[in-house]
Design a protein around this ligand. Structure first.
Ligand code: PMP
Length: 461
């Protein structure tokens, strides 16, 4: 990278989810070019994109069919809006396709540009719905600790990660959180997964009763948690949670922003984990991330109430300038066509199996506490003591060490705390999966070597 690029990035470009002071000394890695599952920096170094960017570039970084569709749409109608009875062909086609694909019967699709906006919209619609049916006091929204739903004011409130709240005056009032369904960390000694799931359902039930069921509007859940560290729900979890929600007339909103479109080896995480939501938010792989687009799918029950309410008020007073952007919708439609035509959902399951088997072999590594995942979404959690599951001290930031060793070995993986997460593009092939495994194993070894050399002590299993 030229010195000028580095200096100008530091001078002008603010990086989200970054230690801003540290960035001034570390500087950027400037990515210059993509090819399939690989990305190249501007010095020509190659990396396997083990994270598909931010869990999103499902078709890799050089899918010409998406470029062609976007170009065609840019040349035909590069923008139009969808307020007040206006529409475009790509928006209509994509809405229809999403309703066809939905994991449970859904009625309508509302488009935005990001996952955060989709979740904000879902919160607003939950409120609008309960106003419409004469229960306006049903307002509280429940998320889960370590859940991630975005960084806008409402979606960050819903998120259960302390660093997204701290010093931002968040969460807003009326946003509550229950336990993370992570059996390895939250399960009690001797407890089965099933008993753990029952305990979490009881916790939710108790919270709703304490708060008053007539004050609780909705519960949000990622079918499998992404940014919380690739957390897979325990057996029976969603069936038990759904029973509680139905009993108290609390809406269930599935945040499929990461899990939608093949990530867990099925079209939807809701199918993999038995979720029956009232609304679904999705984004990311919807366009394989080539254009910003998110969608909110809603059930007939919600739509019927909204319809009546908008008639009463005279307008459904919500919407975004770039919602249903025709180029984004055209790209989305083509991405969904490619997933199906190229068999990429099945391919994700097969490659995910290979990645999972390979990562599970690393469970014997002295640093590895748990390997967990589904489809092409995996997490490897590092511990200081395997037997007691004692983590490394948080300030040691050991996960970041491994992330850096992997990066130096030509592999992009992401440390979320001390869990290294993997979400390669759905197009990843067998050789690339094996390469990811080799590069990651060498990063783990380099991390272990450095740790021991600096006088670190691991507790043996
Ligand atoms: N929900 C989930 C599950 C996510 O992973 C993300 C982003 N990683 C979001 C919502 C927010 O999406 P965006 O960054 O597009 O606003």
């Amino acid at each position: 990278m030229s010195n000028s690029m580095r200096a100008r990035d530091i001078a002008y470009h603010l990086h989200p989810q970054t230690n801003l002071a540290l960035h001034e000394s570390v500087g950027p890695t400037v990515m210059a070019r993509g090819e399939g599952a690989y990305v190249y920096d501007d010095d020509g170094r190659q990396y396997i994109e083990g994270m598909a960017g931010l869990w999103c570039a499902a078709l890799g970084l050089s899918e010409k069919r998406l470029v062609e569709v976007a170009t065609r749409q840019f040349n035909t109608l590069p923008y139009y809006q969808n307020f007040a009875h206006r529409s475009t062909g790509p928006a209509i086609d994509l809405a229809e396709r999403l309703i066809e694909l939905a994991p449970v019967p859904m009625s309508k699709v509302l488009f935005q540009s990001s996952g955060s906006e989709a979740n904000d919209t879902a919160i607003k619609l939950a409120w609008y719905y309960f106003h419409a049916i004469g229960k306006p006091q049903k307002k509280k929204i429940i998320g889960r600790r370590r859940g991630y739903h975005g960084t806008s004011i409402a979606s960050a409130s819903l998120t259960g990660l302390p660093h997204l709240h701290r010093d931002f005056n968040l969460p807003l009032e009326g946003f509550l959180h229950v336990s993370c369904p992570h059996f390895y960390r939250e399960g009690r000694p001797g407890e089965t997964e099933e008993a753990f799931a029952s305990r979490l359902a009881e916790e939710l039930d108790t919270l709703i009763i304490q708060e008053g069921p007539d004050t609780v509007a909705a519960f949000f859940a990622e079918p499998a948690m992404g940014t919380g560290g690739a957390v897979i729900p325990p057996a029976g979890y969603f069936a038990k949670i759904q029973e509680v929600l139905r009993r108290h007339d609390v809406l269930l909103i599935a945040d499929e922003v990461i899990t939608g479109f093949g990530r867990t080896g099925a079209w939807w995480g809701s199918q993999t984990f038995g979720v029956e939501p009232d609304m679904i938010s999705c984004a990311k792989a919807l366009t394989a991330a080539y254009m910003p687009l998110s969608a909110l799918l809603l059930s007939e029950r919600i739509y019927g109430a909204m319809r009546a309410q908008s008639e009463k008020i005279g307008v459904f007073g919500h919407g975004y300038t770039y919602g249903a952007h025709p180029v984004a919708c055209a790209v989305g439609l083509e991405a969904l066509r490619i997933y199906e035509a190229d068999g990429l959902i099945e391919h994700s399951a097969v490659m995910g199996q290979r990645l999972g088997v390979g990562l599970r072999k690393l469970a014997d590594h002295p640093l590895v506490g748990e390997v967990r995942g589904a489809g092409l979404m995996w997490g490897v959690e590092l511990v200081r003591a395997k037997a007691t599951r004692e983590p490394f001290p948080a300030e040691r930031k050991f996960g970041l060490d491994i992330q850096q060793h992997a990066f130096e070995a030509g592999l992009v993986v992401r440390a979320l705390g001390d869990t290294l997460v993997f979400a390669p593009p759905l197009i990843v092939n067998q050789e690339q999966v094996d390469e990811i495994l080799r590069r990651f194993a060498s990063a783990l070894d380099a991390g272990l070597h450095g740790f021991l050399k600096s006088g670190g002590v691991l507790e043996a299993a």
